[in-house]
Ligand binder design. Sequence first.
Ligand code: AMP
Ligand code: MG
Length: 533
Amino acid sequence: MPSQPLDQATFANSFVEELRGETNPDPGSRQVPGYAYSRVTPTPVAAPHLLAWSDDLGHFLGLVRPPERGPAVDALAGNLVTETMKPFAARYAGHQFGNWAGQLGDGRAMSLGELTATDGSRWELQLKGAGPTPYSRRADGRAVLRSSLREFLCSEAMHYLGVPTTRALSLVGTGDEVVRDMFYNGNQRPEPGAIVARVAPTFVRFGNFQIFAASGEMENLRALADYVIRHHYPELGEPGPAVYVTWFEEVCRRTAVMVAHWMSVGFVHGVMNTDNMSILGLTIDYGPYGWLEPYDPGWTPNTTDFGYRRYAFGQQPQVALWNLARLAEALSLLVAEPNDLRAGFGRYTETLAGTRYRLMLDKLGLSHLAPEEDGKLINDLLKALEAAGADMTIFFRQLSHVAPSLLVAEPGVEEARFTELLAAAAYTPLPSPAYTPLLAWLPRYLARLRQETAAPEHIKTGMLAANPKYVLRNYLAQNAIQAAEKGDLTYLNRLMESLKTPYAEQPEFEEFAAKRPDWAWDMPGCATLSCSS
Ligand code: AMP
Ligand code: MG
Protein backbone atom coordinates (compact mmCIF):
# COMPACT_ATOMS: atom_id res chain seq x y z
CA MET A 1 0.00 0.00 0.00
CA PRO A 2 1.60 3.31 -1.02
CA SER A 3 1.64 6.08 1.58
CA GLN A 4 -1.08 8.68 1.35
CA PRO A 5 -1.96 11.98 3.03
CA LEU A 6 -4.30 11.67 6.00
CA ASP A 7 -7.03 13.68 4.33
CA GLN A 8 -7.19 11.04 1.59
CA ALA A 9 -7.21 8.01 3.88
CA THR A 10 -10.31 5.84 4.17
CA PHE A 11 -11.64 5.41 7.68
CA ALA A 12 -13.63 2.46 9.00
CA ASN A 13 -16.15 3.12 11.76
CA SER A 14 -16.80 -0.11 13.64
CA PHE A 15 -17.46 1.54 17.02
CA VAL A 16 -20.12 3.80 15.56
CA GLU A 17 -21.65 1.11 13.40
CA GLU A 18 -21.78 -1.70 15.92
CA LEU A 19 -22.73 0.14 19.10
CA ARG A 20 -25.65 2.31 20.03
CA GLY A 21 -25.01 6.04 19.78
CA GLU A 22 -27.02 9.22 19.93
CA THR A 23 -27.06 11.47 16.91
CA ASN A 24 -28.24 14.63 18.65
CA PRO A 25 -25.82 17.25 17.22
CA ASP A 26 -26.16 19.54 20.26
CA PRO A 27 -22.66 19.82 21.83
CA GLY A 28 -24.12 21.06 25.14
CA SER A 29 -23.16 19.17 28.31
CA ARG A 30 -25.72 16.60 29.37
CA GLN A 31 -26.35 13.08 30.59
CA VAL A 32 -26.65 10.64 27.72
CA PRO A 33 -28.49 7.62 29.14
CA GLY A 34 -28.94 4.63 26.85
CA TYR A 35 -25.98 5.25 24.56
CA ALA A 36 -22.36 4.15 24.15
CA TYR A 37 -21.32 7.34 22.37
CA SER A 38 -22.49 10.61 20.86
CA ARG A 39 -21.77 11.62 17.29
CA VAL A 40 -19.93 14.92 17.48
CA THR A 41 -18.38 17.55 15.24
CA PRO A 42 -14.96 18.99 16.07
CA THR A 43 -14.98 22.77 16.56
CA PRO A 44 -12.54 24.37 14.09
CA VAL A 45 -9.48 26.22 15.39
CA ALA A 46 -7.92 29.44 14.09
CA ALA A 47 -4.63 28.41 12.50
CA PRO A 48 -3.68 24.74 12.67
CA HIS A 49 0.02 24.05 12.16
CA LEU A 50 2.03 20.91 12.65
CA LEU A 51 4.44 20.97 15.60
CA ALA A 52 5.48 17.32 15.75
CA TRP A 53 4.85 14.10 13.88
CA SER A 54 5.75 10.54 14.72
CA ASP A 55 7.50 9.25 11.61
CA ASP A 56 7.52 5.58 12.54
CA LEU A 57 3.85 5.48 13.45
CA GLY A 58 2.92 7.48 10.37
CA HIS A 59 4.87 5.07 8.23
CA PHE A 60 3.17 2.07 9.87
CA LEU A 61 -0.23 3.64 9.24
CA GLY A 62 0.66 4.27 5.60
CA LEU A 63 0.54 8.05 6.04
CA VAL A 64 2.89 10.62 4.56
CA ARG A 65 4.29 13.24 6.88
CA PRO A 66 2.19 16.35 6.23
CA PRO A 67 3.64 19.78 5.53
CA GLU A 68 3.26 22.35 8.31
CA ARG A 69 -0.09 23.54 7.01
CA GLY A 70 -2.64 22.04 4.66
CA PRO A 71 -5.54 19.60 4.50
CA ALA A 72 -3.87 16.77 6.46
CA VAL A 73 -3.04 19.11 9.35
CA ASP A 74 -6.55 20.56 9.12
CA ALA A 75 -7.84 17.02 9.64
CA LEU A 76 -5.50 16.56 12.62
CA ALA A 77 -6.94 19.72 14.15
CA GLY A 78 -10.59 18.89 13.54
CA ASN A 79 -10.93 21.63 10.91
CA LEU A 80 -11.51 19.10 8.17
CA VAL A 81 -13.82 16.14 8.58
CA THR A 82 -13.48 13.90 5.54
CA GLU A 83 -16.24 11.82 4.02
CA THR A 84 -15.36 8.54 5.70
CA MET A 85 -14.81 9.97 9.21
CA LYS A 86 -17.67 9.59 11.66
CA PRO A 87 -16.44 11.48 14.72
CA PHE A 88 -17.75 10.36 18.08
CA ALA A 89 -17.21 10.96 21.78
CA ALA A 90 -17.51 7.86 23.96
CA ARG A 91 -19.66 7.76 27.06
CA TYR A 92 -18.01 6.42 30.17
CA ALA A 93 -18.02 6.80 33.91
CA GLY A 94 -15.38 6.21 36.52
CA HIS A 95 -14.08 6.13 40.06
CA GLN A 96 -11.92 9.19 40.57
CA PHE A 97 -9.53 9.02 43.55
CA GLY A 98 -11.61 6.15 44.89
CA ASN A 99 -14.99 7.88 44.59
CA TRP A 100 -17.74 7.15 42.14
CA ALA A 101 -17.97 10.12 39.77
CA GLY A 102 -20.87 9.07 37.53
CA GLN A 103 -20.87 9.98 33.85
CA LEU A 104 -17.58 11.45 32.59
CA GLY A 105 -17.04 10.56 28.93
CA ASP A 106 -14.84 12.05 26.22
CA GLY A 107 -15.14 15.69 27.21
CA ARG A 108 -12.52 16.85 24.77
CA ALA A 109 -11.46 13.72 22.92
CA MET A 110 -13.10 12.76 19.65
CA SER A 111 -12.40 9.64 17.65
CA LEU A 112 -12.47 10.15 13.91
CA GLY A 113 -12.62 6.48 12.96
CA GLU A 114 -10.18 3.65 12.29
CA LEU A 115 -7.25 3.61 9.92
CA THR A 116 -5.95 0.42 8.37
CA ALA A 117 -2.21 0.02 8.94
CA THR A 118 0.23 -1.46 6.45
CA ASP A 119 -0.10 -4.86 8.15
CA GLY A 120 -3.89 -4.79 7.85
CA SER A 121 -4.55 -4.04 11.53
CA ARG A 122 -7.07 -1.35 12.51
CA TRP A 123 -6.16 1.69 14.60
CA GLU A 124 -8.52 4.27 16.01
CA LEU A 125 -7.43 7.88 15.53
CA GLN A 126 -8.52 10.22 18.28
CA LEU A 127 -8.09 13.99 18.62
CA LYS A 128 -7.63 15.35 22.12
CA GLY A 129 -8.67 18.96 22.52
CA ALA A 130 -10.98 19.25 19.49
CA GLY A 131 -13.78 21.14 21.22
CA PRO A 132 -16.80 20.52 23.43
CA THR A 133 -18.89 17.37 23.46
CA PRO A 134 -21.93 16.35 25.52
CA TYR A 135 -19.40 15.05 28.08
CA SER A 136 -17.49 18.30 28.55
CA ARG A 137 -19.28 19.10 31.79
CA ARG A 138 -19.13 22.79 30.89
CA ALA A 139 -15.37 22.78 30.37
CA ASP A 140 -14.02 24.05 27.05
CA GLY A 141 -13.09 20.80 25.32
CA ARG A 142 -9.62 22.17 24.63
CA ALA A 143 -6.08 21.28 25.64
CA VAL A 144 -3.00 23.44 26.19
CA LEU A 145 0.34 23.00 24.47
CA ARG A 146 2.22 21.99 27.61
CA SER A 147 -0.02 19.01 28.45
CA SER A 148 -0.40 18.01 24.78
CA LEU A 149 3.34 18.05 24.23
CA ARG A 150 3.76 15.93 27.36
CA GLU A 151 1.25 13.38 26.08
CA PHE A 152 2.79 13.31 22.62
CA LEU A 153 6.33 12.78 23.88
CA CYS A 154 5.55 10.35 26.66
CA SER A 155 3.33 7.99 24.70
CA GLU A 156 6.03 7.63 22.07
CA ALA A 157 8.80 7.35 24.69
CA MET A 158 6.89 4.56 26.44
CA HIS A 159 6.40 2.72 23.18
CA TYR A 160 10.11 2.76 22.43
CA LEU A 161 10.87 1.61 25.96
CA GLY A 162 8.67 -1.42 25.31
CA VAL A 163 5.85 -0.42 27.68
CA PRO A 164 2.29 -1.16 26.48
CA THR A 165 0.80 2.21 25.56
CA THR A 166 -1.44 4.19 23.29
CA ARG A 167 0.56 6.03 20.62
CA ALA A 168 0.68 9.62 19.41
CA LEU A 169 0.79 10.52 15.72
CA SER A 170 0.91 14.29 15.79
CA LEU A 171 1.01 17.43 17.82
CA VAL A 172 -0.72 20.37 16.20
CA GLY A 173 -0.77 23.97 17.41
CA THR A 174 -4.20 25.53 17.08
CA GLY A 175 -3.37 29.22 16.87
CA ASP A 176 -5.97 29.75 19.59
CA GLU A 177 -5.38 30.60 23.20
CA VAL A 178 -6.78 28.51 26.00
CA VAL A 179 -7.26 29.98 29.46
CA ARG A 180 -6.09 27.86 32.39
CA ASP A 181 -5.49 28.31 36.09
CA MET A 182 -2.42 26.09 36.21
CA PHE A 183 -1.95 26.14 40.00
CA TYR A 184 -5.62 26.32 40.92
CA ASN A 185 -4.86 29.52 42.82
CA GLY A 186 -7.09 31.95 40.99
CA ASN A 187 -4.43 33.10 38.52
CA GLN A 188 -5.86 32.33 35.13
CA ARG A 189 -3.73 32.99 32.11
CA PRO A 190 -4.02 32.38 28.40
CA GLU A 191 -1.80 29.63 27.02
CA PRO A 192 -1.25 28.33 23.49
CA GLY A 193 -3.70 25.60 22.56
CA ALA A 194 -2.79 22.31 20.90
CA ILE A 195 -4.31 19.03 19.76
CA VAL A 196 -2.70 15.60 19.98
CA ALA A 197 -3.83 12.91 17.57
CA ARG A 198 -3.51 9.67 19.47
CA VAL A 199 -3.73 6.16 18.15
CA ALA A 200 -4.74 2.84 19.71
CA PRO A 201 -6.67 -0.25 18.63
CA THR A 202 -9.44 1.15 20.85
CA PHE A 203 -9.69 3.76 23.60
CA VAL A 204 -12.34 1.82 25.57
CA ARG A 205 -11.73 2.12 29.32
CA PHE A 206 -12.96 0.27 32.39
CA GLY A 207 -15.35 3.19 32.84
CA ASN A 208 -17.18 2.46 29.58
CA PHE A 209 -18.43 -0.76 31.20
CA GLN A 210 -19.03 0.83 34.57
CA ILE A 211 -21.50 3.35 33.23
CA PHE A 212 -23.72 0.67 31.71
CA ALA A 213 -23.61 -1.48 34.84
CA ALA A 214 -24.38 1.52 37.07
CA SER A 215 -27.39 2.51 35.03
CA GLY A 216 -28.63 -1.03 34.37
CA GLU A 217 -28.10 -0.82 30.61
CA MET A 218 -27.64 -4.55 30.11
CA GLU A 219 -27.96 -4.54 26.33
CA ASN A 220 -25.30 -1.86 25.99
CA LEU A 221 -23.05 -3.62 28.50
CA ARG A 222 -23.20 -6.90 26.60
CA ALA A 223 -22.82 -5.22 23.22
CA LEU A 224 -19.69 -3.37 24.35
CA ALA A 225 -18.16 -6.52 25.84
CA ASP A 226 -18.91 -8.40 22.62
CA TYR A 227 -17.47 -5.59 20.52
CA VAL A 228 -14.24 -5.50 22.50
CA ILE A 229 -13.87 -9.29 22.47
CA ARG A 230 -14.65 -9.70 18.76
CA HIS A 231 -12.33 -6.94 17.63
CA HIS A 232 -9.59 -6.99 20.22
CA TYR A 233 -9.59 -10.43 21.83
CA PRO A 234 -10.68 -12.63 18.90
CA GLU A 235 -8.45 -15.47 20.13
CA LEU A 236 -10.86 -15.99 23.04
CA GLY A 237 -13.66 -17.15 20.73
CA GLU A 238 -17.30 -16.19 20.31
CA PRO A 239 -18.45 -13.97 23.23
CA GLY A 240 -20.72 -15.53 25.87
CA PRO A 241 -20.84 -15.96 29.66
CA ALA A 242 -17.85 -18.35 29.80
CA VAL A 243 -15.78 -16.20 27.46
CA TYR A 244 -16.52 -13.07 29.54
CA VAL A 245 -14.78 -14.82 32.43
CA THR A 246 -11.67 -15.76 30.45
CA TRP A 247 -11.68 -12.32 28.89
CA PHE A 248 -11.66 -10.60 32.28
CA GLU A 249 -8.76 -12.84 33.26
CA GLU A 250 -6.89 -11.73 30.16
CA VAL A 251 -7.59 -8.05 30.92
CA CYS A 252 -6.14 -8.70 34.39
CA ARG A 253 -3.08 -10.33 32.89
CA ARG A 254 -2.43 -7.49 30.47
CA THR A 255 -2.96 -4.86 33.16
CA ALA A 256 -0.41 -6.66 35.33
CA VAL A 257 2.14 -6.70 32.50
CA MET A 258 1.62 -2.96 31.97
CA VAL A 259 2.03 -2.10 35.66
CA ALA A 260 5.11 -4.35 35.96
CA HIS A 261 6.69 -2.36 33.14
CA TRP A 262 5.83 0.93 34.84
CA MET A 263 7.55 -0.30 37.98
CA SER A 264 10.56 -1.41 36.00
CA VAL A 265 11.18 1.93 34.27
CA GLY A 266 10.07 4.21 37.12
CA PHE A 267 6.90 5.58 35.56
CA VAL A 268 4.19 7.12 37.72
CA HIS A 269 0.87 7.51 35.90
CA GLY A 270 -0.43 10.00 38.42
CA VAL A 271 -4.21 9.60 37.87
CA MET A 272 -5.14 5.93 37.86
CA ASN A 273 -8.87 6.56 37.95
CA THR A 274 -10.96 3.77 36.43
CA ASP A 275 -11.76 6.04 33.48
CA ASN A 276 -8.02 6.16 32.78
CA MET A 277 -7.59 2.37 32.61
CA SER A 278 -7.54 0.87 29.12
CA ILE A 279 -9.46 -2.34 28.49
CA LEU A 280 -6.45 -3.45 26.41
CA GLY A 281 -3.94 -2.97 29.22
CA LEU A 282 -2.33 0.05 27.57
CA THR A 283 -1.01 3.10 29.36
CA ILE A 284 -3.62 5.74 28.52
CA ASP A 285 -4.35 9.41 29.28
CA TYR A 286 -1.02 11.01 29.99
CA GLY A 287 -1.72 13.86 32.41
CA PRO A 288 0.23 14.68 35.57
CA TYR A 289 2.52 11.67 35.11
CA GLY A 290 6.14 11.64 36.14
CA TRP A 291 9.34 9.61 36.16
CA LEU A 292 11.14 8.65 39.31
CA GLU A 293 14.44 10.39 39.61
CA PRO A 294 15.38 9.74 43.27
CA TYR A 295 14.00 6.26 43.89
CA ASP A 296 10.99 6.78 46.18
CA PRO A 297 7.91 4.54 46.25
CA GLY A 298 5.95 7.32 47.98
CA TRP A 299 6.53 9.82 45.20
CA THR A 300 3.77 11.23 43.04
CA PRO A 301 4.03 14.26 40.76
CA ASN A 302 0.29 14.99 41.00
CA THR A 303 -0.39 17.93 43.31
CA THR A 304 -4.07 16.92 43.60
CA ASP A 305 -2.87 13.67 45.20
CA PHE A 306 -0.44 15.13 47.74
CA GLY A 307 -2.85 14.49 50.62
CA TYR A 308 -3.33 10.72 50.31
CA ARG A 309 -0.72 9.73 47.69
CA ARG A 310 -3.19 7.19 46.40
CA TYR A 311 -1.43 7.07 43.03
CA ALA A 312 2.17 7.25 44.23
CA PHE A 313 4.73 5.03 42.47
CA GLY A 314 4.63 2.22 45.01
CA GLN A 315 0.82 2.22 45.16
CA GLN A 316 0.34 1.48 41.48
CA PRO A 317 0.22 -2.33 41.72
CA GLN A 318 -2.52 -2.34 44.31
CA VAL A 319 -4.49 0.50 42.76
CA ALA A 320 -4.63 -1.33 39.43
CA LEU A 321 -6.04 -4.34 41.27
CA TRP A 322 -8.62 -2.13 42.98
CA ASN A 323 -9.59 -0.80 39.56
CA LEU A 324 -9.88 -4.32 38.18
CA ALA A 325 -12.23 -5.13 41.04
CA ARG A 326 -14.45 -2.23 39.92
CA LEU A 327 -14.39 -3.61 36.39
CA ALA A 328 -15.28 -7.06 37.74
CA GLU A 329 -18.30 -5.57 39.51
CA ALA A 330 -19.52 -4.20 36.21
CA LEU A 331 -18.88 -7.44 34.32
CA SER A 332 -20.43 -9.56 37.05
CA LEU A 333 -23.82 -8.69 35.53
CA LEU A 334 -22.85 -10.65 32.43
CA VAL A 335 -21.73 -13.91 33.96
CA ALA A 336 -23.64 -16.77 35.59
CA GLU A 337 -21.38 -17.05 38.62
CA PRO A 338 -19.76 -13.69 39.53
CA ASN A 339 -17.29 -15.48 41.80
CA ASP A 340 -15.72 -17.01 38.71
CA LEU A 341 -14.27 -13.58 37.96
CA ARG A 342 -12.05 -13.91 41.01
CA ALA A 343 -9.69 -16.05 38.98
CA GLY A 344 -8.71 -12.81 37.27
CA PHE A 345 -7.41 -11.34 40.53
CA GLY A 346 -5.18 -14.36 41.05
CA ARG A 347 -3.97 -14.03 37.52
CA TYR A 348 -3.19 -10.37 38.11
CA THR A 349 -1.20 -11.01 41.26
CA GLU A 350 0.77 -13.89 39.75
CA THR A 351 1.49 -12.09 36.49
CA LEU A 352 2.54 -8.92 38.24
CA ALA A 353 4.93 -10.73 40.57
CA GLY A 354 6.27 -12.94 37.79
CA THR A 355 6.77 -10.10 35.32
CA ARG A 356 8.33 -7.76 37.85
CA TYR A 357 10.70 -10.51 38.92
CA ARG A 358 11.65 -11.35 35.35
CA LEU A 359 12.18 -7.68 34.44
CA MET A 360 14.28 -7.16 37.56
CA LEU A 361 16.44 -10.22 36.81
CA ASP A 362 17.01 -8.78 33.34
CA LYS A 363 17.97 -5.44 34.84
CA LEU A 364 20.49 -7.18 37.07
CA GLY A 365 21.82 -9.50 34.38
CA LEU A 366 20.78 -12.59 36.32
CA SER A 367 19.26 -15.82 35.04
CA HIS A 368 16.81 -18.00 36.93
CA LEU A 369 19.36 -19.70 39.14
CA ALA A 370 18.40 -18.98 42.69
CA PRO A 371 14.82 -17.70 43.02
CA GLU A 372 14.79 -17.51 46.79
CA GLU A 373 18.12 -15.75 47.16
CA ASP A 374 17.36 -13.45 44.21
CA GLY A 375 13.98 -12.43 45.58
CA LYS A 376 15.70 -11.25 48.73
CA LEU A 377 18.50 -9.60 46.77
CA ILE A 378 15.94 -7.60 44.78
CA ASN A 379 13.96 -6.53 47.84
CA ASP A 380 17.09 -5.42 49.61
CA LEU A 381 18.18 -3.46 46.57
CA LEU A 382 14.91 -1.54 46.41
CA LYS A 383 15.11 -0.72 50.10
CA ALA A 384 18.73 0.40 49.72
CA LEU A 385 17.90 2.54 46.68
CA GLU A 386 15.12 4.21 48.62
CA ALA A 387 17.39 4.89 51.59
CA ALA A 388 19.97 6.39 49.24
CA GLY A 389 17.43 8.37 47.20
CA ALA A 390 19.63 7.56 44.22
CA ASP A 391 18.56 8.26 40.66
CA MET A 392 16.82 5.07 39.54
CA THR A 393 17.62 5.27 35.83
CA ILE A 394 21.26 6.26 36.28
CA PHE A 395 21.86 3.66 38.96
CA PHE A 396 20.72 0.74 36.79
CA ARG A 397 22.40 2.08 33.67
CA GLN A 398 25.71 2.57 35.47
CA LEU A 399 25.37 -0.83 37.09
CA SER A 400 25.09 -2.34 33.60
CA HIS A 401 28.48 -0.89 32.72
CA VAL A 402 30.25 -1.42 36.02
CA ALA A 403 29.14 -4.82 37.33
CA PRO A 404 29.96 -7.04 34.30
CA SER A 405 33.33 -5.34 33.91
CA LEU A 406 34.17 -6.11 37.55
CA LEU A 407 33.79 -9.82 36.75
CA VAL A 408 37.03 -9.58 34.77
CA ALA A 409 38.76 -6.73 36.65
CA GLU A 410 41.90 -6.97 38.79
CA PRO A 411 41.00 -7.60 42.42
CA GLY A 412 40.88 -4.59 44.70
CA VAL A 413 39.16 -2.09 42.39
CA GLU A 414 35.63 -2.94 43.44
CA GLU A 415 35.18 -0.44 46.20
CA ALA A 416 36.41 2.43 44.06
CA ARG A 417 34.12 1.47 41.20
CA PHE A 418 31.11 1.15 43.47
CA THR A 419 31.79 4.58 44.94
CA GLU A 420 32.01 6.06 41.44
CA LEU A 421 28.76 4.38 40.54
CA LEU A 422 27.01 5.84 43.55
CA ALA A 423 28.45 9.28 42.91
CA ALA A 424 27.00 9.18 39.40
CA ALA A 425 23.51 8.39 40.70
CA ALA A 426 23.58 10.38 43.95
CA TYR A 427 21.49 13.40 44.81
CA THR A 428 22.95 13.73 48.31
CA PRO A 429 26.72 14.25 48.54
CA LEU A 430 28.85 11.25 49.40
CA PRO A 431 29.88 9.98 51.84
CA SER A 432 26.65 9.75 53.76
CA PRO A 433 25.11 7.06 55.97
CA ALA A 434 22.22 7.04 53.48
CA TYR A 435 24.45 4.99 51.17
CA THR A 436 25.47 2.35 53.69
CA PRO A 437 22.80 -0.20 52.66
CA LEU A 438 23.60 0.26 48.97
CA LEU A 439 27.35 -0.10 49.57
CA ALA A 440 26.65 -3.28 51.49
CA TRP A 441 24.38 -4.59 48.76
CA LEU A 442 26.77 -4.13 45.84
CA PRO A 443 29.39 -6.76 46.85
CA ARG A 444 26.58 -9.22 47.63
CA TYR A 445 25.20 -8.68 44.16
CA LEU A 446 28.60 -9.04 42.57
CA ALA A 447 29.08 -12.36 44.33
CA ARG A 448 25.75 -13.51 42.93
CA LEU A 449 26.68 -12.26 39.45
CA ARG A 450 29.82 -14.40 39.59
CA GLN A 451 27.59 -17.50 39.64
CA GLU A 452 26.36 -16.68 36.13
CA THR A 453 27.92 -18.74 33.38
CA ALA A 454 27.40 -16.30 30.50
CA ALA A 455 30.38 -14.23 29.32
CA PRO A 456 30.65 -10.82 31.02
CA GLU A 457 30.30 -9.06 27.65
CA HIS A 458 27.07 -10.94 27.05
CA ILE A 459 25.74 -10.06 30.51
CA LYS A 460 26.58 -6.43 29.87
CA THR A 461 24.74 -6.38 26.53
CA GLY A 462 21.69 -7.91 28.20
CA MET A 463 21.73 -5.40 31.04
CA LEU A 464 22.12 -2.44 28.70
CA ALA A 465 19.09 -3.70 26.78
CA ALA A 466 17.07 -3.81 30.02
CA ASN A 467 18.13 -0.54 31.61
CA PRO A 468 17.30 2.52 29.54
CA LYS A 469 19.72 5.41 29.44
CA TYR A 470 17.03 7.83 28.27
CA VAL A 471 13.65 8.29 29.93
CA LEU A 472 11.40 11.32 29.72
CA ARG A 473 12.66 13.04 32.85
CA ASN A 474 10.14 15.61 34.01
CA TYR A 475 12.54 18.50 33.61
CA LEU A 476 13.31 17.50 30.01
CA ALA A 477 9.64 17.68 29.08
CA GLN A 478 9.51 21.05 30.81
CA ASN A 479 12.49 22.33 28.80
CA ALA A 480 10.81 21.17 25.59
CA ILE A 481 7.61 22.97 26.60
CA GLN A 482 9.34 26.23 27.41
CA ALA A 483 11.16 26.25 24.08
CA ALA A 484 8.04 25.24 22.12
CA GLU A 485 5.97 27.96 23.77
CA LYS A 486 8.55 30.41 22.38
CA GLY A 487 8.23 28.83 18.96
CA ASP A 488 11.48 26.83 19.08
CA LEU A 489 10.96 23.15 18.29
CA THR A 490 14.62 22.06 18.13
CA TYR A 491 14.73 20.85 21.73
CA LEU A 492 11.50 18.87 21.29
CA ASN A 493 12.76 17.26 18.10
CA ARG A 494 16.14 16.32 19.56
CA LEU A 495 14.55 14.97 22.73
CA MET A 496 12.09 12.91 20.70
CA GLU A 497 14.99 11.52 18.65
CA SER A 498 16.89 10.47 21.77
CA LEU A 499 13.83 8.70 23.17
CA LYS A 500 13.44 6.54 20.06
CA THR A 501 16.38 4.33 21.03
CA PRO A 502 16.40 4.71 24.80
CA TYR A 503 18.63 1.68 25.36
CA ALA A 504 21.39 2.90 23.01
CA GLU A 505 24.33 4.99 24.23
CA GLN A 506 23.78 7.91 21.80
CA PRO A 507 26.61 10.10 23.13
CA GLU A 508 25.27 13.00 21.04
CA PHE A 509 22.28 13.12 23.40
CA GLU A 510 24.21 12.83 26.67
CA GLU A 511 22.56 15.99 28.07
CA PHE A 512 19.19 14.14 28.13
CA ALA A 513 20.62 11.47 30.42
CA ALA A 514 21.62 13.95 33.12
CA LYS A 515 20.35 13.83 36.69
CA ARG A 516 17.64 16.25 37.71
CA PRO A 517 19.40 19.64 37.93
CA ASP A 518 19.12 21.78 41.05
CA TRP A 519 16.76 24.29 39.45
CA ALA A 520 14.22 21.55 38.72
CA TRP A 521 13.64 20.36 42.29
CA ASP A 522 10.80 22.73 43.08
CA MET A 523 9.96 23.92 39.62
CA PRO A 524 6.33 23.27 38.64
CA GLY A 525 6.21 20.87 35.72
CA CYS A 526 9.40 19.16 36.91
CA ALA A 527 8.74 17.85 40.39
CA THR A 528 5.07 18.72 40.68
CA LEU A 529 2.22 18.84 38.20
CA SER A 530 -1.37 19.83 38.54
CA CYS A 531 -4.20 18.19 36.63
CA SER A 532 -4.76 21.48 34.79
CA SER A 533 -4.37 20.67 31.12
P1 AMP B 1 -8.71 13.43 32.84
O1 AMP B 1 -8.40 13.90 34.23
O2 AMP B 1 -7.93 14.11 31.76
O3 AMP B 1 -8.66 11.94 32.72
O4 AMP B 1 -10.22 13.87 32.55
C1 AMP B 1 -11.31 13.50 33.35
C2 AMP B 1 -12.58 13.90 32.66
O5 AMP B 1 -12.65 15.31 32.48
C3 AMP B 1 -12.78 13.29 31.29
O6 AMP B 1 -14.15 13.03 31.14
C4 AMP B 1 -12.34 14.40 30.37
O7 AMP B 1 -12.90 14.30 29.10
C5 AMP B 1 -12.83 15.63 31.11
N1 AMP B 1 -12.06 16.83 30.77
C6 AMP B 1 -10.82 17.16 31.19
N2 AMP B 1 -10.45 18.36 30.69
C7 AMP B 1 -11.48 18.81 29.94
C8 AMP B 1 -11.71 19.98 29.15
N3 AMP B 1 -10.81 20.95 29.04
N4 AMP B 1 -12.89 20.08 28.51
C9 AMP B 1 -13.81 19.12 28.60
N5 AMP B 1 -13.66 18.00 29.32
C10 AMP B 1 -12.51 17.83 29.99
MG1 MG C 1 -9.04 10.66 31.37
